[in-house]
Design a binder for this molecule. Sequence first.
Ligand SMILES: [Zn+2]
Length: 228
Amino acid sequence: MNVFESVRDAVTARQAAEAFGIRVNRSGMACCPFHDDKHPSMKLDKRFHCFGCQDDGDAIDFTAKFFDLSKKDAAEKLADTFGIVYENTGFRPRDRPPKPKVSPAQEYRQAEERCFRVYCDYAHLLQKWKEAFAPKSPDEVWDDRFVEACQRLDYIEYVLDEIFLSGTIKDRAEFVKTHGEEVINLERRIFKLTAGRTGGGIEGGQGDRAEPAHPEAKPRHRLDARAL
Ligand SMILES: [Zn+2]
């Protein structure tokens, strides 16, 4: 079987979404990442369907849209994420389900590690932007990336130092609990900026200015250092 068939056989839309950090409730509903969804209106099972924006498809469609990838790249990403073998001959489904069940404690630890990793990646990106896109003369129009770095870097470094490195478990848990959506949005954006595009990378031209697929899908919880 080729990569499409193998992945469709092995991974449901729900498993894919959960692997990428979407929280699916007991009824199989989640907040749709493809429109500004405040109450869960996406049903996830083998396929997904959003009753809000009518988006619909299988695990590959979900992944392609979520990371802004081609169908083939999305299928390969899923094969990679779930360890699926997809040679044309000799394909054997895995003996065990793609993802082992994790305990709530492990789940929390993974969420915290992920949150920390995403904030570290974002801090590095902002540090690079602050240097690479600093205005060269007083009348130069400021690059958006330089502005973002100036506005956000202090706060992101504050979070890393004061909450993740020297905070208590309670501080970290509270932060992880309340910033899940921001972490997902940041992770997706960083993925697109650093790996998702040809000619991407932070020194690239216009091509690396990733925007969410839907204008209304922009992160809703943008934090400002001054708000603290
Ligand atoms: Zn939707």
